[in-house]
Design a protein around this ligand. Structure first.
Ligand SMILES: [Zn+2]
Length: 417
């Protein structure tokens, strides 16, 4: 496809530019000559677009060491890690974590704040806006923020920027994107494209965008905190469902007449695996006990408390049941596990993997690939930056809360404060 043959040249040009960026994200070091067949554009178009992308800060040329007798080699191109940046934020239950990343997901700055006292939407937006601006201040003034992603603890309608339901905060139908945009008005971040999505969904996108291991599709990201959720990517698309509730796997029922879940049903995955299930262990108050429920479970595991070891083992086995059900539904190339509960380590994860292996062996199939998120506590915040990159570099399938976005720095950060 050549841009000059289209009636909508501007859009085609944006799509072609971002095809080059995506290609170099996946294959750093390609030359202009390598890119032509990879994205199916003429060499002259490639040269023109690459020049623009270098000038604007998306790409950088790096010299290669020439050996002398091979003549002039093609110059390798890379995503520029220094000029155009992304912000990603995780809104948790009472806390806000913000990171600034390069276009390839490397964290350059970080801020963690709290709105734990009130848990009102207003305090959350205030804390989030402050966190975003604090992180911006840690960067060089010459660096530009081209997108802001936000991971929210509930179902999100990405096109309208609405947080539809956040059960652990008791929020419903919050116009989160509009409120944040209003709060950022007049600041250096006003006008930067905003992208909002569920926390497990953005973490899934982050694994896909920023993980240097070979691409895996379909990819499932299963997040285990107070709640249990999943982000699902199939054919390079985030599966959000008709109302933004796809991936609410914490409420898949795993046990008839099981323990009561926050949703009102019994036997949901969340009631068997989530942090709430673990700290409803028959714990007797004792000296040295931690106020943090996860830290308390860890402490008791380290001391080999029989009840705790048993409860964590059972929860791990139920995680294996959940993963088996998800594997049956999606046939994933890769399952990534994240969230705070993963910090319990082998005592929790081994029973899950063993259960999964047993089910696979019984059906004479290979067990699905399971790995732990490499981004740890930053997984959702980095994932949110990943969502911004994902949407900005796929202009043809973008679902953006932002009114109008161009995949260049022209519509990004304003220089006013
Ligand atoms: Zn439930």
């Amino acid at each position: 496809m050549r841009p000059e043959t289209s009636g909508n040249q501007q859009l085609i040009k944006v799509i072609n530019r971002m095809a080059l960026v995506r290609c170099l994200c996946a294959n750093p070091g390609l030359s202009r000559a390598d890119l032509a067949p990879a994205v199916d554009l003429t060499k002259s178009t490639i040269s023109l677009l690459v020049r623009e992308l270098i000038d604007e800060g998306w790409l950088v040329e790096r010299d290669i060491v020439t050996t002398g007798d091979l003549g002039r080699r093609p110059t390798p191109l890379f995503i520029d890690p220094s000029r155009l940046l992304l912000l990603g934020a995780e809104v948790g239950v009472g806390s806000v974590r913000v990171v600034a990343t390069t276009l390839t997901g490397e964290v350059l700055a970080r801020n963690v704040g709290s709105f734990g006292g009130s848990r009102t939407v207003r305090d959350c937006i205030t804390s989030l806006a402050a966190g975003l601006q604090r992180v911006r201040k840690q960067l060089e003034p010459t660096q530009k923020i081209i997108g802001i992603g936000i991971g929210l603890p509930g179902g999100v309608d990405e096109a309208s920027g609405t947080l539809q339901l956040a059960p652990n905060l008791g929020w419903r139908d919050v116009p989160f994107g509009a409120l944040l945009r209003e709060k950022l008005k007049g600041s250096v971040l006003a006008g930067v494209p905003l992208f909002l999505q569920n926390e497990a969904d953005v973490a899934a996108v982050g694994e896909r965008e920023f993980n240097p291991t070979p691409a895996s599709d379909p990819l499932l990201y299963v997040s285990i905190n107070h709640g249990v959720g999943a982000g699902v990517i199939v054919d390079d698309r985030l599966l959000t469902g008709s109302r933004g509730f796809a991936g609410e796997v914490g409420h898949m029922v795993l046990q008839v007449n099981g323990p009561l879940c926050t949703c009102g049903r019994r036997g949901c995955a969340e009631a068997l695996i989530g942090l709430r299930a673990l700290h409803q262990l028959p714990l007797q108050p004792e000296q040295g006990a931690s106020a943090d429920p996860l830290a308390e479970v860890q402490r008791r595991l380290a001391q080999q408390h029989g009840d705790t070891v048993r409860a964590v083992t059972i929860a791990g086995a139920y995680l294996g049941v959940l993963l088996q059900n998800l594997a049956s539904a999606y046939d994933p190339a890769c399952i990534v596990l994240g969230g705070a509960v993963v910090a319990l380590g082998d005592k929790f994860l081994q029973p899950a993997l063993q259960t999964l292996a047993d089910y696979s062996a019984a059906a004479n199939l290979a067990a699905p690939t399971v790995r732990i998120s490499q981004f740890g506590a930053d997984a959702v915040a980095i994932g949110a930056a990943g969502l911004a990159r994902y949407r900005l570099t796929r202009p043809n399938i973008r679902t953006s809360f932002s009114d109008k976005v161009t995949a260049g720095p022209s519509n990004t950060e304003q220089e006013t404060d």
